[in-house]
Design a protein around this ligand. Structure first.
Ligand SMILES: Cc1ncc(COP(=O)(O)O)c(C=O)c1O
Length: 379
C-alpha cells in the first residue's frame, strides 16, 4: 500500500530535494561548502523577513527553543509564557530546567491568546524579561496574534519577545524586522519541506544585548559562537552538510515561486480543508484563529478521533496526527506544509468520508470532497 504522510511534521519531502541530498558528501571545511552555507543563510533571511543573520543549527526545533532561553536570560529572571497547547508547555519546561521563573498565561486549547491579557500581565509584573509564545501552536492549530503582541515589546529595551515559529515560518508571514520580534525560530521538517534535523534562529539587536548579559550555561548551543562563525560562512561544529544542501534546493524553489505564492498555497489548502470538513458537519478546532500551516479537525460527537486516524492508516495508508492530552480522541491534524498538493487534500477528505460512513456517522457522502474541490480550483 502506498503511504501518505500527512502529519504536521515531518512532512512529505519533494523529490528534487531528496535528489540533491543523495549526492556524494562534501567536507564542510571547504570553500565549496562555505558558499553553500552562506547561500542558505542569505535565502533564510528572506523567509524570516529580516536583515539579521539567521543561524542554522544542527538540532530539532526544540534545540533552538532551548538556545533562545539559555542565550538571552539569566538565572532567576522571569518570563511570561503563553501556554495554549503542548508547545506552550514546552517553554515552561525549558524555563524550569534553567531556573528561569515563569508567569503562565493559560489559554484554552483551540483559542488564541488575547494581547490585552499580555498587556495587563506586563503592567502587573514589571520584572518580566521575556514573552515566550508560539506563532502557530501545532497541537491545537491556533495562530497567536504575534504582530499585536510585538507592539507591546517593540519600543521597550528591558523585554524581549521570543517566538516559536516552527510551524509558522515559511507557512505564513511572520515579519521579524517590521513587527519588531526579538527571536524567531523555524524548523526544517515543517514548511521548509525537508527531513528533520535543522533548526533556524534569528536574534534582534536587542536580543543580542540580552545575550551579552545572560549567565545561563551554554556550550553546543552557544549562539554567539554560531553567529561569529556564520558571519565567516561556517558553523562552530560539524554542520548537517547534507541537510544544508537540501535546504538550498528548497530556498531556490521558494525564491522562484515567491513568498506570497507560497503563503497563498498554505492558505488555500487550509481553507479547502476547513470548508470541506465543515460541509460534512466537522468543525475546525481553532475556529476564528486558524493557523494555515495545518488543519485541526474535531471528530464528530460520540466518535473517537482515534478510530478515524487508525482507519485512515489501515484502509488508505494515510498518516495523520492525533491530539495529545486533553485533545486525545477528539481531534485529528493534517499538514498543509511540505510537499502536499490538491490531490492530498481531496484524498484525505475522501478517506475520512469513507471511514465515517463505516462508523455510521450521518452526513451527505461526497459533500466534503465536493466543497474542497471547488475551493482548490483557486490553486
Ligand atoms: C510549534 C512547535 N514548536 C516546537 C516543536 C518541537 O520541534 P522538534 O520536534 O523539531 O524539536 C514543534 C514540533 O512539532 C512545533 O510544532
Amino acid at each position: 500500500m502506498k503511504n501518505y504522510v500527512l502529519t504536521p511534521g515531518p512532512v512529505p519531502v519533494p523529490e528534487f530535494v531528496m535528489l540533491e541530498m543523495a549526492k556524494p558528501i562534501i567536507h564542510h571545511r571547504t570553500e565549496e561548502f562555505e558558499e553553500i552555507f552562506y547561500k542558505a543563510t542569505q535565502g533564510l533571511k528572506k523567509v524570516f523577513m529580516t536583515e539579521e543573520e539567521v543561524l542554522i543549527l544542527a538540532s530539532s526545533g526544540t534545540g533552538a527553543m532551548d538556545a533562545a532561553i539559555c542565550n538571552t536570560l539569566s538565572k532567576g529572571d522571569t518570563a511570561l509564557v503563553v501556554n495554549g497547547g503542548k508547545f506552550g508547555e514546552r517553554w515552561l519546561k525549558i524555563c524550569k530546567a534553567y531556573g528561569v521563573n515563569t508567569i503562565e498565561i493559560k489559554v484554552e486549547w483551540g483559542k488564541a491568546v488575547s494581547p490585552k491579557v499580555i498587556e495587563d500581565a506586563l503592567k502587573e509584573n514589571k520584572s518580566i524579561k521575556a514573552i515566550l509564545v508560539q506563532a502557530s501552536e501545532t497541537s491545537t492549530g491556533v495562530e497567536h496574534p504575534i504582530e499585536d503582541i510585538a507592539k507591546l515589546t517593540k519600543s521597550r529595551d528591558d523585554i524581549i519577545l521570543i517566538v516559536d515559529g516552527i510551524t509558522a515560518v515559511g507557512a505564513f508571514p511572520v515579519e521579524f524586522d517590521k513587527w519588531g520580534i526579538d527571536i524567531l525560530i523555524g524548523g526544517s521538517q515543517k514548511a521548509f519541506m525537508m527531513p528533520p534535523g535543522l533548526a533556524f534562529i534569528v536574534l534582534s539587536k536587542k536580543a543580542w544585548d540580552f545575550n551579552d548579559k545572560s549567565d545561563l550555561p551554554k556550550f553546543y548551543l552557544d549562539l554567539s559562537q554560531a553567529h561569529k562563525n556564520s558571519l565567516k560562512k561556517t558553523s562552530p561544529w560539524t554542520p548537517a552538510v547534507t541537510l544544508v544542501i537540501g535546504l538550498n534546493a528548497v530556498l531556490e524553489y521558494f525564491e522562484k515561486l515567491g513568498l506570497e505564492k507560497l503563503f497563498e498555497r498554505h492558505s488555500i489548502l487550509s481553507e479547502a480543508t476547513t470548508k470541506g470538513f465543515e460541509a460534512m458537519g466537522l468543525e475546525n478546532f481553532a475556529k476564528g484563529c486558524t493557523s494555515t500551516a495545518l488543519s485541526v479537525i474535531k471528530s464528530p460527537e460520540g466518535i473517537d478521533a482515534g478510530l478515524i486516524i487508525k482507519g485512515l492508516k489501515k484502509k488508505y495508508g494515510m498518516i495523520v496526527a492525533g491530539g495529545q492530552d486533553q485533545a486525545k480522541g477528539k481531534i485529528f491534524r493534517i499538514t498543509h506544509m511540505g510537499y502536499v498538493d490538491k490531490a492530498d487534500i481531496i484524498s484525505v477528505i475522501a478517506g475520512v468520508e469513507g471511514i465515517l460512513t463505516e462508523l455510521k456517522y450521518k452526513f451527505e457522502p461526497g459533500s466534503g470532497v465536493a466543497k474542497a474541490t471547488q475551493i482548490l480550483d483557486k490553486l
